[in-house]
Design a binder for this molecule. Structure first.
Ligand code: FAD
Length: 454
């Protein structure tokens, strides 16, 4: 880093908001660190206001400096891993600007954590349904930029569904803003939705208008354990045919059940289904009965806890699956492919076969109702051969998703990890159009260069 750059940028912002990263700085990696991914940057910049973001972007544009945009750094695609230039981190833009319980809406700066959005809503009698797994650390700007989902996406949709307006800073430091605190808007082109899932390639998201809904009275989970994948997938069909919309429809395959060794799992079962009925007390109770009936078809055992503590334990257990799998060999690489619902069973069967071909234990879990499968290869990250094999296995996995007319990513995005995969999934004209859109937002190609659309 040149001293000049530091001096000039500390003239644009306060000196305390600009610093040079040390070798082990957390700003140089995200959750792909466990795959050995680490970046480099000249300076870390922490703007605290829209105007400061504009100044930094304008400076970067004038000096041709690449910018890596960073929220909470929990991403699994390497999107926040820099390759030189500036890291613009939104952590200081963390104000909840307004909450209107009667209008079911709130307005927040991009650096507010997902958990805070959920909590503020709850405190105001509202529910903000998106529930990505790293809510304490992830920020709403990062959620928007990855269109993050979670188990309840099955009923309530991903982050983008809850956004009614977005403000951002694009090339040359220009502020743009689409939508707002109102619920319908067809006045212009839907440009705000281009920022949803943009992974920091179009500009810096600075402020978001979110909608919420009245808090639910009750949630009842229902869990089925099956002796084989076949029985488990039949139960999935029974749930879908049951006539109600469950809030979640999650699964664990045989490998997950076996290797996580989490207490409470049914020994000898090869498939687990987790579903949930929600709504008013009456609706949720009626839904619970219907789901128990559907899940019971062919099940070895059905668990339907009623106590709040037991329900919380069940969700904690579900959240521990990723860690439990990583503990087996010290690491894992977990992808997030999507397949059409009628190919879910075939995909779940083929994932361990792909792993086997590359000498890796592999399993899957995730959002069966959305066909969004966390295909997971278990490995020791200190073993370079295993790491290389997991990359080859992932390539084959993505090819499978495309062959099945699905997607290479349903949650984590493309980032750096899957760069180039979009070109396999989309035809050249579609990719070109996306690249032209990028050029319009970012004429010099300085926002997250080399990622997603490169
Ligand atoms: C334990 C764990 C569980 C997870 N579970 C889920 C899950 O259930 N569902 C899911 O979808 N994901 C999940 N993730 C992945 C991750 O949490 C989400 O992708 C999250 O939305 C990333 O938010 P972040 O603020 O950490 O973003 P970062 O990791 O900082 O960045 C992610 C991407 O967004 C861009 N970005 C960040 N902030 C901005 C901004 N203000 N403006 C423009 N671009 C920006 C970055 O450049 C990068 O490309 C999980 C991760 C972990 C570690």
């Amino acid at each position: 880093m040149s001293l000049n750059l530091f001096n000039e940028l500390s003239g644009v912002l306060d000196k305390s908001q600009v610093f040079e990263p040390h070798a082990s700085s957390p700003y140089l990696h995200d959750s792909t660190e466990s795959r050995g991914m680490k970046g480099k940057a000249d300076l870390i910049v922490l703007p605290g206001t829209l105007e400061e973001v504009q100044k930094v972007v304008a400076y970067a544009y004038d000096h041709d400096l690449p910018m890596t945009l960073r929220g909470g750094g929990t991403g699994y695609a390497g999107g926040a891993v820099p390759e030189g230039g500036l890291v613009i981190c939104l952590e200081k833009m963390n104000k909840v600007c307004s909450v209107d319980p009667l209008q079911w809406r709130l307005q927040v700066e991009a650096g507010v954590s997902t958990r805070r959005v959920q909590t503020v809503c709850r405190e105001n009698g509202l529910l903000y349904p998106p529930d990505p797994g790293a809510a304490e650390q992830s920020q709403i700007g990062g959620n928007l930029a990855t269109n993050a989902g979670g188990p309840h996406t099955f009923k309530y949709g991903s982050t983008g569904k809850w956004v009614t307006g977005v403000e951002a800073v694009t090339g040359w430091g220009e502020k743009v803003s689409f939508g707002g605190g109102f619920r319908k808007d067809v006045a212009g082109l839907d440009l705000g939705s281009l920022l949803v899932g943009s992974e920091g390639t179009l500009g810096v998201i600075t402020r978001v208008h979110l909608r919420a809904m009245p808090a639910l009275e009750k949630r009842y989970p229902v869990v089925g354990w099956y002796k084989s994948l076949r029985e488990g997938c039949e139960a999935l069909d029974y749930v879908r045919a049951s006539g109600i919309q469950p809030a979640v429809l999650e699964y664990l395959d045989e490998g997950c059940i076996k290797w996580t060794q989490l207490s409470g799992a049914m020994e000898g079962s090869q498939f687990m289904l987790l579903t949930e009925a929600d709504g008013t007390g009456e609706e949720a109770w009626a839904g619970r009965g219907i789901l128990i009936e559907a899940v019971s078809e062919g099940a070895l055992r059905v668990d339907a806890p009623l106590e709040e503590v037991a329900i919380a334990d069940l969700w904690r257990w579900r959240e521990g699956v990723g860690l439990g799998l990583a503990a087996r060999w010290g690491g894992k690489s977990s992808e997030d492919i999507v397949v059409p619902l009628d190919r879910v069973e075939e995909a779940i069967r083929r994932i361990p076969e792909i792993g086997l071909k590359y000498g890796l234990e592999a399993c899957s879990f995730g959002h069966a109702g959305d066909g969004n499968l966390h295909a997971t290869f278990l490995l020791d990250f200190n073993d370079p051969d295993a790491l290389a094999s997991s990359q080859e296995a992932a390539e084959e996995l993505f090819a499978m998703a495309i062959e099945m007319e699905g997607s290479v990513s349903g949650e984590h995005g493309i980032g750096k990890v899957k760069n180039g995969q979009l070109q396999h999934q989309w035809n050249p004209a579609s990719v070109r159009l996306a690249q032209e859109v990028k050029k319009t937002f970012d004429p010099k190609g300085l926002f997250n260069p080399g990622k997603k659309l490169a």
